[in-house]
Design a protein around this ligand. Structure first.
Ligand SMILES: [Zn+2]
Length: 240
């Protein structure tokens, strides 16, 4: 039984190394994914700025058209001034002209404000475009690096996988199946040490009677709480 336990412990050690390798691959990929999504966010921001600029350009053209109409109206009224007879008519016309001029002036002021805003938005957009260009280059380099890293990690993984295959053949199928299931259900840990009567998988005490039998090391036991396979390794040669 001691031999079987040793084989299981050895298998688990390999499996944990493989888990670490998988996590390293995932971490590489995640870091890259984050950068790629940052690129997409910046692209969306640029599009948003472009839309704002277009909307403001359109508004500015509308205001310009209105202003031209108002000025035409002013000129018409001004030429009519020659024909009016009474002071009252003259006053009314003058007021109309002043109002139209004032209104045209308001358009002009709005147009200037919009132009300023467009200028600022354009500057901001150009800055974002520059940043995007730099980031895209970096991400392209990063993608290449990550691809190479993952390839290197995978090379190591293939070696571990074949080691794992060899080690697994040393364990009988039903035990191996139980081990695999436990690893899936118990956070990757199927075989655990018991220290001072406490399971190191779930940290619950195991009954003293069971612990005494475990100390003899000639039977394979499960933890009554977490069902992991338990073994007893004295502190000096502790592996977990
Ligand atoms: Zn347990």
């Amino acid at each position: 039984m001691k031999e079987l336990l040793n084989q299981l412990v050895a298998l688990q050690a390999i499996d944990m190394e493989i888990d670490q390798i998988d996590q390293a691959i995932k971490a590489e990929q995640n870091a890259l994914d984050e950068r790629i999504s940052a690129l997409a966010k910046r692209e969306a921001l640029i599009n948003e700025l472009q839309e704002k600029i277009s909307a403001q350009q359109k508004e500015s053209r509308t205001l310009e058209g209105e202003m031209a109409d108002k000025m035409t109206h002013v000129r018409e009224r001004q030429s009519k001034m020659m024909q009016v007879q009474t002071g009252r008519e003259q006053t009314a016309l003058l007021k109309e002209i002043e109002d139209a001029k004032k209104s045209a002036k308001e358009n002009e002021e709005s147009i200037v404000a919009i132009m300023l805003s467009i200028e600022q938005l354009t500057a901001q957009m150009n800055e974002e475009k520059n940043l995007l260009k730099g980031e895209k280059e970096l991400v392209a380099e990063e993608t290449e690096k990550v691809r190479a890293n993952i390839e290197a990690i995978n090379k190591g993984k293939r070696e571990k996988d074949s080691q794992r295959g060899d080690q697994a053949t040393k364990i009988k199928a039903p035990t191996l199946k139980k081990y695999d299931t436990l690893r899936l259900r118990r956070n990757g840990v199927a075989v655990v040490n018991v220290v001072d009567g406490v399971c190191q998988g779930c940290y619950m005490a195991i009954p003293p009677q069971l612990f005494n039998r475990l100390l003899r090391g000639d039977e394979l036991f499960d933890c009554p709480t977490c069902q992991r396979m338990i073994h007893y390794a004295p502190a000096a040669e502790e592996k977990n």
